[in-house]
Design a protein around this ligand. Structure first.
Ligand code: IPE
Ligand code: IPE
Ligand code: MG
Length: 244
């Protein structure tokens, strides 16, 4: 106990938290509700988490909202998710702006409906100068697709003579990822008891601390966030070095 306390005071808080928001469907089904009800409550949990991160002084929050694989779901569920996204982008913009939140979207936005692309662009532009929390939302995002796109871009630069193959380093690759300018996540939280990355931030999580909680995403709030941060602060990050 004492060890945990003294480590708590020494470890730096996470600058960047990434969250795989999972369990909306199970939350709804266990209450006899349609899955969309879980997604609606999930949007409330997003609002609470963004506020809490701002208050706790977290610099970067990255949320996995829709994966490149989620198109496999029934068309009506995909439609419900897209409608909620529209609603969120319209309704939350004012609050994000007043709280100094800067919104960024990663993922293949060209695959989204054009009105959603417009809403994203407007929200990014309206919050671009904000200096508070950077909220990155991953939409139609897949970590492998992101790496493939970076490799294609670098290959074009090599064939155009802009860079030599030998000059490709990890930082060159990072600069071609959609998360360019955002530090790697310190802490990744996945809710709902699943223990996998599901194609989220594959490159960026090389040394991220992973925290898994059985809590379903609609039940996640400030208390669960603070618990995850406490767990993170008890960890010792070694990056391949030795601890003694
Ligand atoms: C997360 O909840 C939301 C999205 C993936 C869009 P799920 O809808 O995956 O919920 P479960 O995993 O079926 O409970
Ligand atoms: C991951 O959750 C994607 C999001 C949270 C957006 P999934 O529910 O889609 O993941 P799997 O299918 O259980 O791996
Ligand atoms: Mg799920």
């Amino acid at each position: 106990m004492e060890t945990a306390t003294s480590r708590d005071t020494h470890a730096a808080p996470p600058k960047h938290i990434a969250i795989i928001m999972d369990g909306n469907g199970r939350w709804a089904i266990s209450r006899g509700l349609p899955r969309v009800a879980g997604h609606q409550r999930g949007a409330d949990a997003v609002r609470a988490t963004v506020r809490a991160c701002g208050e706790l002084g977290v610099d970067f929050l990255t949320l996995y909202a829709f994966s490149s694989e989620n198109w496999k779901r029934p068309a009506d569920e995909v439609q419900d998710l897209m409608s909620l996204l529209r609603l969120y982008l319209r309704r939350e913009l004012a609050e994000l702006a007043t709280n100094g939140v800067r919104l960024r979207v990663i993922g293949d936005r060209a695959g989204l409906d054009s009105d959603i692309q417009d809403l994203i662009r407007e929200a990014e532009e309206a919050t671009a100068k904000n200096g508070g929390l950077t909220l990155t939302v991953a939409l139609n995002y897949g970590g492998r697709n992101e790496i493939v796109a970076a490799v294609q871009e670098i290959a074009r630069e090599v064939s155009g003579g802009l860079i030599e193959a030998n000059a490709i380093t990890a930082s060159v690759i990072e600069a071609h990822l959609q998360t360019d300018g955002i530090p790697d996540p310190d802490l990744l939280i996945r809710t709902s008891g699943e223990h996998r990355l599901s194609n989220f931030l594959l490159w960026q999580t090389a040394y991220t601390e992973l925290v898994f909680t059985p809590v379903l995403w609609p039940d996640f709030g400030r208390k669960e966030l603070e618990e995850s941060i406490r767990e993170y602060r008890r960890r010792e990050r070694r990056y391949g070095g030795s601890s003694t």
